[in-house]
Design a binder for this molecule. Structure first.
Ligand code: NAI
Length: 256
């Protein structure tokens, strides 16, 4: 029986890269996303025909009822869950200086990027503990996708930075709480990754990368993050619960 991974925001961008890597690594995958199922039909069909078992669990992770529905669907279909990847996230609809930014944007970004993953993890953690008690040899893990914005202060999207910094504490909290059950919790902080989220700032980052923003002189791609997630899920970086992997082409290294 293949192990099962739930990947939020798994139908496009970084999440789709993670889905593909996890299928290649031998997992069955439950993809969550906000879009109605008919809008993701094409990508689901491609994934199912090429790799393996994939289901789609529509739902907004910011909403409590939706989170419960997503987990119920995974339970009903697979009856087990080995890996949760908290990938879904949003950037502010408008970048506004923190002197001007609105509470509405703050609430929306924090609800999706921080509250959603935190309480989804709570539901999954309870279920993983039950599974671990029943099947002590099975392996489980939780992987959070935050951002270099967890540590880099960008005053034109303060709410995003706060949400990602909060996720870093969430990683530590869940690593501490689940340590006794041998359920590791990891965090990946991607740098500049080529997806819909960054489609509007391509020229800006092309120039910055050319000027040396990253040590590895290229954009990151969804598969860079996918491979990192698969390595963590497969236990290739053992004995490292609570750690942050900087998947950013060396962008966060300070040097003189
Ligand atoms: P994207 O905008 O291409 O995809 C985001 C996915 O999340 C979509 O599938 C969307 O349906 C889903 N989603 C959004 N709100 C949701 C909600 N309320 N409930 C359920 N699903 C929801 O974004 P991208 O670039 O793939 O980003 C994925 C993650 O990586 C995000 O958490 C983002 O903050 C983070 N990240 C992205 C970077 C980049 O350069 N693209 C850099 C660092 C971090």
């Amino acid at each position: 029986m293949k192990p099962v991974a739930l990947i939020t925001g798994g139908s496009r961008g970084i999440g789709l890269g993670i889905t593909k890597s996890m299928l290649e690594a031998g997992y069955s995958v439950a993809i969550n996303g906000v879009r109605p199922k008919d809008q993701v039909k094409k990508v689901l069909a491609e994934l199912i025909s090429s790799k393996g078992e994939v289901i789609y669990c529509q739902g907004n992770i910011a909403e409590s009822e939706d989170r419960s529905k997503i987990i119920s669907e995974v339970k009903e279909h697979f009856g087990r869950l080995n890996v949760l990847v908290n990938n879904a996230g949003v950037a502010p609809k408008e970048r506004n200086d923190i002197l001007e930014a609105s509470e509405e944007s703050y609430d929306w970004v924090l609800d999706v990027n921080l509250k959603g993953p935190y309480f989804l993890t709570q539901l999954v953690a309870r279920w993983m503990i039950e599974q671990k008690n029943t099947n002590p040899k099975d392996t489980f893990s939780i992987i959070n996708i935050s951002s270099v914005s967890a540590t880099f202060a960008s005053v034109s999207r303060g709410e995003y930075c706060i949400s990602k910094a909060g996720m870093t504490m969430s990683t530590k909290l869940w690593a501490v709480r689940l340590g006794a059950y041998d359920i590791p919790v990891y965090e990946i902080q991607p740098g500049i990754i080529s997806t819909d989220m960054t489609a509007g700032v391509v020229e800006k980052y092309d120039k910055l990368i050319e000027e040396g923003l990253t040590l590895q002189k290229r954009w990151g791609h969804p598969q860079d993050i996918g491979k990192t997630v698969a390595a963590l899920a497969k236990g290739m970086i053992p004995y490292a619960t609570g750690q942050v992997i900087n998947a950013d082409g060396g962008m966060t290294i300070q040097f003189l």
